[in-house]
Design a binder for this molecule. Structure first.
Ligand code: ZN
Length: 361
């Protein structure tokens, strides 16, 4: 009775070829270890070395504080384990690469209704979301390409009983192809408005000397709505999404606060589109403020632009699909979420503090 994931082999293979942000093992600076890290232009320089991490008393004090906050709560302990490492929460592909394991093939994920009015679909490596309102749909991210918008997003919406022509907004979490690639499709076909931070609009419109082949020729969405300040809103019908700017992964990466209904009960969720990457004090400061705002909004779940940062999030989604009336693994109590936010803040700060200590031999 449980419908498992649909596997779209051909489409997934195409998407793997088209994926904008490869896992980078590029060596930068004088770091002793070759490590794959999440995408920032700073590469390995965005993270402390293993020695800096281990030897910084201040960093380890923050780690101990975060561990204490997790206490005996198994959900928080597993999140602490992901958050409080030298590289912090990383995409599973990065961790596999660093462990010397072969890459996991990209596979398509059938649509899953994560909350009453909030859906996930796409791939195990990157997804898109639909927020259903009483006056249409807000899409969050749009997969890699126009082709995927047509062949994956549209059929997923139809399967969920939603009308693709009702997509009024496409909010793009940050200016990388795996998030905005499908946006021109909805913009041209359905007149959807594409929302991105001004900083990332500026970034994608600059000629990219590194873009090659199909990437260089992919269409960009045209600039509709710019996010220029914290707590800017996107409202459609009965839904208002609040946006903040959390630089680090890109100059204008967005954080989202989204009210959703969970079995009829209103809860707030926080979505981060790359904000777990905080290579400097400026990005750390914005990250901390974004998490504090989520706490003030009594958020209860964190959703990441790329699944898998804090556990087997694709598996959690399968749980929701197979047992829609059971407990949702993404949902924490308000108190648990507040502690989770503190854990993320302290662990991100620990990495910055460790980087600020002198490298030892
Ligand atoms: Zn990215």
């Amino acid at each position: 009775m449980v419908k498992r994931m649909a596997v779209g082999t051909a489409v997934a293979a195409l998407a793997a070829m088209a994926l904008q942000v490869p896992v980078s093992a590029q060596q930068q600076g004088g770091a002793p270890a070759r490590r794959a890290v999440g995408g920032t232009t700073a590469g390995n320089d965005a993270y402390p070395t293993d020695d800096q991490w281990k030897n910084s008393k201040e960093a380890q004090a923050l780690v101990a504080k975060a561990k204490a906050a997790a206490g005996n709560d198994a959900k928080l302990q597993s999140r602490f384990d992901k958050a409080c490492t030298v590289l912090g929460p990383q995409r599973p592909a990065v961790l596999r690469q660093n462990a010397g394991q072969p890459a996991e093939p990209q596979r398509q994920i059938d649509i899953v209704k994560l909350f009453d009015n909030f859906y996930f679909f796409g791939f195990n490596t990157v997804g898109a979301w639909a927020v259903q309102t009483n006056q249409g749909i807000i899409l969050i991210d749009s997969l890699n390409t126009v082709d995927e918008a047509e062949k994956i997003i549209e059929p997923a919406l139809v399967k969920a009983g939603l009308k693709p022509a009702d997509v009024k907004y496409v909010i793009v979490g940050h200016g990388h192809f795996d998030h905005f690639g499908g946006a021109p499709y909805f913009q041209q076909k359905d007149g959807s408005k594409v929302v991105m931070s001004k900083l990332d609009w500026d970034m994608i419109e600059r000629p990219n000397p590194n873009a090659r082949g199909p990437q260089a020729n992919r269409p960009l969405p045209k600039r509709d709505v710019e996010v220029t300040q914290d707590n800017q809103k996107v409202t459609l019908g009965d839904e208002t999404i609040t946006l903040r700017i959390t630089p680090g992964h890109t100059p204008g990466t967005l954080a989202y606060y989204i009210p959703v209904k969970d079995h009829g009960k209103q809860i707030n969720i926080l979505m981060l589109s790359g904000a777990n990457i905080t290579p400097d004090r400026t990005s750390l400061d914005a990250f901390k403020k974004a998490l504090d705002y989520a706490k003030s909004q009594k958020a209860q779940a964190l959703i990441n632009g790329h699944p898998g940062l804090f556990g087997d999030e694709i598996g959690w989604m399968e749980q929701v699909r197979s047992n829609p009336n059971g407990p949702n693994p993404f949902v924490l109590t308000v108190d648990e979420f507040a502690k989770f936010a503190d854990i993320m803040k302290d662990c991100a700060e620990a990495r910055i503090v460790a980087m600020e200590t002198k490298a030892t031999n």
